[in-house]
Ligand binder design. Sequence first.
Ligand code: ADP
Ligand code: ASP
Ligand code: MG
Length: 466
Amino acid sequence: MRFLMKFGGTSVADAESVSRVVDIIEEQRRVGNEIAVVVSAQRGVTDQLIAIATEIANSRSAATIEPFIQSLRQRHQKVLADLGGEQADDTESILEERLCDLENILNAVHNLRELTPRSLDYIITYGERLNAPVVCSAIRQRGIPSMVMDGCEAGILTTPQHSEAMSLPESEGRIRSRIQPLLNDMVPVIMGFMGCTERGIVTTLGRSGSDYSAAIIGAGIDADEILIWTDVDGIMTSDPRVINDARVIPSISYLEVMELSYFGAKVMHPRSIEPAMKKNILVRVKNTFNPSHPGTCIVRHEKWDRRVVKALTYISKVTLVNICGAQMIGRPGVAKAIFSALADRDVNVMMISQGSSEANISLIVDESQGSVALDALTPLTHQGLVREVTANRDVAAVAVVGSGMAGAKGTGGRIFTALGNGEVNVMMISQGSSEANISFVVREEDGPRAVRILHDEFNLSREDDA
Ligand code: ADP
Ligand code: ASP
Ligand code: MG
């Protein structure tokens, strides 16, 4: 069998966890399986890279760069030192070289006081650039040949949208010819989260993008399975940090995971399902710290669970944009003007709802795009197409997901009755065309309570409820 295994930041945070990762790889190699590995940055490093790059581009002083580089050095060298072994020397000098490059780039950003999307993308790949050699070194210490490749070397060719690049169809053939021939002899360790454009410019695939890298590489090498190793036992009925009795879902469909991840469930990157789905590759989410747990299987048709509602998720970092005006009624072209204005500014609309009176259209966009959306739509008021455009940032979007909802009568009623009884005020409702998702918007402070109410309403913490 051929496996693509992705290890997230939580799975490689210290020498003990890296050893666990190598145990998993070693065991699979021992029974004759071929393994390619994708790793992400150590937990928190990408956030730190974004923070420092933004800070030094706007600050008079570069004083924070040196201590930051030192903290990265300590963190990665410590894992390496704790792992022990002979390979450490070689890897140590690779890390030193990378840290020196990063320091120079950060100083250049500071001197220029300019942080372009292209330079930010390059900078934030350093979490993976530092972590992958450490994991590779640990694999070699166990006598398994291994080499490190960045996303571009591995063959991931992307669109040029920095911070949200998408893999191009050409990636598949490139990955196949570059990675497949290695698998018989070694375990390649590929840096997740990044690719490059045709011109060789480094791009990133969006936050949590190593999951997407895993799916692209898994599809490219025709993997029998893609394994996403993380720090929980699988995909759960809700975020376990919000719902303490959330339960692991044994089996879930590609479509359901797409809906969940799109609406903020942090377990998977929203685009990471598509490459696997195209090739019908089974994706399994498992816990590095509890490998004997079967985890969650993600498959095309989920047959076993008869539940109508499978899981719940919510995102608080969204903005509700309200567009209203009696002049919108019966006037063709208003919706076109709204969506063209947003598309021209690259605003991604996550939810749409239109009142039956047509005097109101509500949209949900990512919080980071709220002001841009407002700027893009305000000219429509000057043109007399709409009366008013307003934005409300204190909201959360909740998604209720389950393909069993398609055709099941009364689910919507049950959801909104339960919320009403719990005195949660629903500000906007939208049902996806797939019918596997009913999503709605509430006040931000009501988000976790809304999820709790519905988790109870649909008995999601019970193993056997149908
Ligand atoms: P990794 O470093 O492995 O990529 P992440 O932190 O990106 O890990 O994602 C795993 C985390 O996602 C879990 O620790 C959990 O807290 C959170 N999470 C949110 N929603 C869910 C869900 N529905 N099922 C499982 N985990 C979830
Ligand atoms: N390191 C990247 C991030 O934090 C990618 C990932 O973890 O998957 O978003
Ligand atoms: Mg992740």
